[in-house]
Structure formats: structure tokens, C-alpha cells
Ligand binder design. Structure first.
Ligand code: F6R
Length: 607
């Protein structure tokens, strides 16, 4: 994600930039930087860590100037270091840029245009800075335009040049940028949250637009130099809601982020025509991959339920026996591991103490140890010999939602990649990839039902307990649905594989005890339906997750939430979303502190 803020006006830029970064911190917070112009030269200061680290570093300095840009980073390209933090310059220090997005053809650009340029960071952004430097002939707007014509990828870009000290240049393609129009001043940011303290008049840049912002006015043009007239609009958000982009809570925003971040998880990692996936970070030769005879997935909480989906996928597609273990158990039970065991640590934060300790144990015993991690440069990412970032962006609500989805996405890609080495046919691989590409649109269809799910949640909010049922690939979905409900609404709930009910849990059923069952159309549909009928017979209120078109579900259930059909192994990517929304709306209806539930922390760094 990352956040950009820029200012040009008559006031001191620095306090506006730093306060703006604080507002944008939710977009990323592993490092930050600022560049301010005093009319002659830039001073550029960067720091690793949260915005407050940068603010502390700036305190003793007397940075004067009324033009500047700043950036808060969430690493996607290159580790979390000061050198990789933005703003970036090129060979000379007269140009600075801050950038969100990904320059996909950065290698080509480097080879074609940057012979003799010395790079100081590992970022794709620095390549863009050098490219603008190559094309600079006294007009920054034109240099940016020429450079961007060579670029493939996404960008929200802010640039300044010390030869044109009263000018900011911005450009957008795929990564949002907003210009705030003040009284004799302009603001530039990734979203409206940092400018609301100053102005509510904004202009949203569209893809392919370049803005030249100076004290004498604002000029917007297209990449091919056509002038564009745009009018400002007035926004009525307050600062707090803008940070959550209008959502009431971070959790809801993150649930709604899922279609977009899912695309980030799979982008560039599949090959549709060959029906395969390629996760380059695995760092294993094909010989080593063929030698894997067992996989162990280590995780805690929600990550362990994503891991269970991974187990089904790896066993079914790749035929590799796969176990899931929670970190706190694995570390103390002297696990049996050999050199043909591949162990993945799966974690959003990359800092969960139990997962880390379990992984270290596996490493000691000689396994291949890899990570599936969200936070770039986190401890687990650093301690493993390879792995994959899930690209869910910063997740701020304690209850994990979008990271879960992206963990599942990455595990399915691994199952396809290992599957294509042995028993998975190209045709099935192709079908799986094609079905994965349809997931974001289908997720949106589920999300569109949020208000109806709210009505259902309000109906059951006073229950003393609930049961979640699933079978096969939907058993982990039931576990995750139950986990979400208990952690944010504090209603006791349990999840069962539906076939196990007769061995004990049936005794709980009755009119006081609602059951949520996932009964989508897959190979276990008939079996699941029999279990649901038993629940009905025992008079428990029944909420069904069913496949669009299954009208018979309405006859069975008190409430039905429909999800679009997909391939069975991909069902968790859709079926979990109504359960996230159900937990969320229940917790809101009960007045819980949804983003910060009692007794829980986002990152559990202690045993
Ligand atoms: C659930 C939740 C926790 C985490 C668990 C692992 O919503 O937030 O159960 O899933 O603490 O955290 P990570 O993924 O950071 O290792």
C-alpha cells in the first residue's frame, strides 16, 4: 500500500508532512522519509520504523521550506532499510520522488537506460528516479511524462526538482492520488485523510493523468500531453473516517479490501496456458522439490485454519502428505522431521513467538524451512531460507481477515506448483487458474450482501452459544467462522466437522442454540445436507451458506446466505467472507470494540 503526502504553499511544509504521514500510517509503517526544499536544495531524511522514529530524528534539525514530499512505506520490493525508504533520488541529489505501486519492467528499464548509473537501494522506485533523471532537460513535468511512457506497472508518483523549486509533479496509474486545493496552497496525498485538517476541496486524479502543481496554479494533462480540465469536489468525511476510507472499522475495511489484495497475492505467480503456478521465492531446485515427501504447515490461530485449507489442497493436487500443527504444540513435542520434509511457517505478522519457535525447531532438525508472511522484513521472513509474501497490505484490526484469504491463495498456488511436478494435469491446472482469476468478482458478489448479513447477525446476537459446521474443505472454514465470532463478539462458539456431530455435539442442539452450516454444492453436498437435516429435526435455528441457485436451502434454513459457485478447493476463498461479516455485524450489534477485542493483541510476540 504505502502512503504519499506532498505540500506546496506558504506555510512550513514539515509539520504538515509529518502530521499527514501520521494519518497515512495505516497504509504502511515499516519506514518513512521526507524531503523538503528551501528554494535552493532539498534536505532528505529517512528512518526505519514507525513515523514517530522519523519525527524524533527530525526534531533537532531545523528544516525550513514550504515545498516537500513525504512517504510511509510498506515494503514490497527490497527489505526494510533506510536506503530503501522513500523519497529516492537519482545520481545527483537535485531530483526526489516518492512512489506507490510496482514498476514491473524495472529490470528492462535498468538495462536499456541506466548504464553507468549507480543505484543506492534495492527498489524499483529508484530505477524510476534515475529514468526521470535521464529524460530531464529543464522541465520536470515533461521528464516524468517521457519516463512514464516507458514504464509498465502501477504508480502513484510525487516528484520535485531543485531547478524548479516551486513545482510538484504528480502522476497516477493504478495507485490513488488526490490533490487538496487550499487557499494559496495545494496538498497531494494517497487518500484524503491527511488533507482534511486543511481543506475539504479535492481533485481525484484518474489513471494516466499527470498533474503539475505550482503556486501559480494546477495543470492536469494526459500521458500523451492532452490538457484535461477537472473541477474540485467537496468531501464530507472527518479525519478519522477517512483513514478507514469511510468504513466504520478497520476490520470492515479489511474485509472489503479482499478482492483487491487477493489480486496482489496471485499477480505474476501463475501461468494460465501451462496450468501452473510459480512462486519464485521458494528457492528450491526442481530436484529438491521432487525430493519433498512430506509438508508440515506451522501456524497459530487464523493462520492455522488457512493452513488446514492448504493441507487439503496440497494432498489433493500434489499428493504430498501434509500436516498442520499449531506452533505452541509443535515446539514441545519432539517432532519427527527428516531432510525430505518441507516446513512452512504461515503468519501475517511474521513475529508470532510460537510459530517462530516451532520453525526454529524444524530448522534445527534439518528440514527445508520456508515462510508465508505478510510483513516484509519481519523476523520469520528473515529467518527462513525463502518463501512468499502474501501481499495483503497492512492489517490493523486484531481479527485477521484479508491476510487469511491471501494465505489460502498462496497455499493453493503452492499446491498447484507442486501438483504440476507430479500428478496434476495441465487441464486441471488451467481450470484452477481460470477459477482463481474469477475469485475477486465473486468476492464482490458476497460482499454486496453485507447489509443482509447484518440483519441476520442482529437476529442472533443474544445467543449464548453457536455451532459452526462444515465438511471437507469447508471444515476449516467453519473453524475460522467460529474463531472470528468468539474473538470479536465474545459469544462462545465451536466448530465441528459435520460428520462428528453424532459422536457428542448433537446433545447441544435445540431452539436456544443456533447452527451455522456451510452447505455449498460440492462432492460432499449430500452428506452435508443429511447432517443439516438432523440439526433441523432437533429444532436449532439454522443459518446456511449455500450455492447460488440452490433453492432447496431456503426450505431447510431459517436464513440463507448465497455464495457464487467455484471449484471445490477454492470455496474457502468465498465461503469465509459471509462468516467474517456475520462475526463483524454481531460484534457491532453487541457494542464490542471490534478492532481491539479484549485480551487480544495483533502480534503475539510472547509465548
Ligand atoms: C485471528 C487472529 C489470531 C492470529 C494469530 C496468528 O483473527 O488474529 O488468531 O491469526 O495470533 O497471528 P500471525 O498470523 O501474525 O502469526
Amino acid at each position: 500500500m504505502c502512503g504519499i503526502i506532498g505540500y506546496i504553499g506558504k506555510k512550513q511544509a514539515l509539520p504538515i508532512l509529518i502530521n499527514g504521514l501520521r494519518r497515512l500510517e495505516y497504509r504502511g509503517y515499516d519506514s518513512a522519509g521526507v524531503a523538503v526544499s528551501d528554494g535552493k536544495k532539498f534536505t532528505k531524511i529517512k528512518a526505519v520504523g514507525k513515523i514517530e522514529k522519523l519525527a524524533e530524528k527530525l526534531k533537532p534539525l531545523d528544516l525550513n521550506g514550504s515545498v516537500g514530499i513525504a512517504h510511509t512505506r510498506w515494503a514490497t520490493h527490497g527489505g526494510v532499510t533506510e536506503a530503501n525508504a522513500h523519497p529516492h533520488s537519482a545520481c545527483a541529489d537535485d531530483l526526489v520522488i516518492a512512489h506507490n505501486g510496482i514498476i514491473e519492467n524495472y529490470r528492462e528499464l535498468k538495462e536499456k537506460f541506466l548504464k553507468g548509473h549507480e543505484l543506492k537501494s534495492e527498489t524499483d522506485t529508484e530505477i524510476l528516479a534515475h529514468l526521470i533523471e535521464v529524460f530531464y532537460k529543464g522541465n520536470l513535468t515533461e521528464a516524468v511524462r517521457t519516463a512514464l511512457k516507458e514504464v509498465r506497472g502501477t504508480y502513484g508518483l510525487a516528484a520535485m526538482h531543485s531547478d524548479e523549486p516551486d513545482k510538484l509533479v504528480a502522476a497516477r496509474f493504478g495507485s490513488p492520488l488526490v490533490i487538496g486545493v487550499g487557499d494559496g496552497e495545494y496538498f497531494l496525498a494517497s487518500d484524503t485523510s491527511p488533507m482534511l485538517a486543511h481543506t475539504k476541496e479535492v481533485i481525484f486524479l484518474d489513471d494516466g493523468e499527470i498533474a503539475e502543481i505550482s503556486l501559480s496554479g494546477l495543470k492536469i494533462s494526459s500521458l500523451d500531453s492532452k490538457n484535461i480540465t477537472k473541477y474540485s469536489e467537496t468531501i464530507d468525511w472527518d479525519e478519522a473516517s477517512a483513514q478507514k476510507q469511510g468504513y466504520e472499522h478497520f476490520m470492515l475495511k479489511e474485509i472489503f479490501d479482499q478482492p483487491a489484495v487477493f489480486k496482489d497475492a496471485i499477480r505474476g505467480r501463475y501461468n494460465l496456458t501451462e496450468g501452473t503456478a510459480h512462486l519464485g521465492g521458494l528457492n528450491m531446485t526442481s530436484e529438491q522439490m521432487h525430493s519433498v515427501s512430506r509438508v508440515i504447515l506451522l501456524a497459530c490461530g487464523t493462520a492455522s485454519y488457512a493452513a488446514l485449507v492448504g493441507k487439503y489442497a496440497l494432498e489433493r493436487l500434489a499428493g504430498i502428505p501434509t500436516e498442520v500443527d499449531v506452533g505452541s504444540e509443535f515446539r514441545y513435542r519432539d517432532p519427527i522431521i527428516d531432510r525430505n520434509t518441507l516446513v512452512f511457517g504461515i503468519t501475517q505478522s511474521g513475529e508470532t513467538a510460537d510459530t517462530l519457535a516451532a520453525l526454529r525447531e524444524a530448522k534445527r532438525k534439518g528440514a527445508f524451512v520456508r515462510g508465508i508472511v505478510n510483513v516484509i522484513g519481519s523476523t520469520l521472513a528473515r529467518e527462513t531460507d525463502g518463501g512468499t509474501y502474501m501481499h495483503a497490505g497492512p492489517e490493523l484490526a486484531v481479527a485477521s481477515t484479508k491476510a487469511y484469504t491471501n494465505m489460502v491463495a498462496v497455499l493453493i498456488l503452492y499446491a498447484i506448483q507442486f501438483g504440476r511436478l507430479n500428478r496434476l494435469t495441465q487441464a486441471t491446472g488451467e481450470r484452477l487458474i481460470a477459477a482463481l482469476l474469477e475469485i475477486p468478482t465473486k468476492m464482490k458478489e458476497v460482499l454486496a450482501q453485507s447489509e443482509r448479513i447484518k440483519t441476520i447477525a442482529e437476529k442472533y446476537k443474544d445467543s449464548v452459544g453457536m455451532l459452526f459446521l462444515g465438511r471437507g474443505i469447508n471444515y476449516p472454514v467453519a473453524l475460522e467462522g467460529s474463531h472470528k465470532l468468539k474473538e470479536i463478539s465474545y459469544i462462545h462458539s465451536e466448530a465441528y466437522p459435520a460428520g462428528e456431530m453424532k459422536h457428542g455435539a448433537n446433545a447441544l442442539l435445540g431452539p436456544h442454540f443456533p447452527v451455522v452450516a456451510i452447505m455449498t454444492k460440492n462432492q460432499l453436498y449430500e452428506k452435508m445436507r443429511s447432517s443439516v437435516e438432523e440439526v433441523r429435526a432437533r429444532k436449532s435455528p439454522l443459518i446456511l451458506i449455500a450455492t447460488v441457485g440452490d433453492e432447496s436451502a431456503r426450505e431447510l434454513a431459517d436464513d440463507v446466505i448465497y455464495v457464487p459457485p467455484t471449484m471445490e478447493l477454492l470455496e474457502p476463498l468465498l465461503n469465509t467472507i459471509p462468516l467474517q461479516l456475520f462475526a463483524y455485524h454481531t460484534a457491532v450489534a453487541l457494542g464490542r470494540d471490534v478492532d481491539r477485542p479484549r485480551n487480544l493483541a495483533k502480534s503475539v510476540t510472547v509465548e
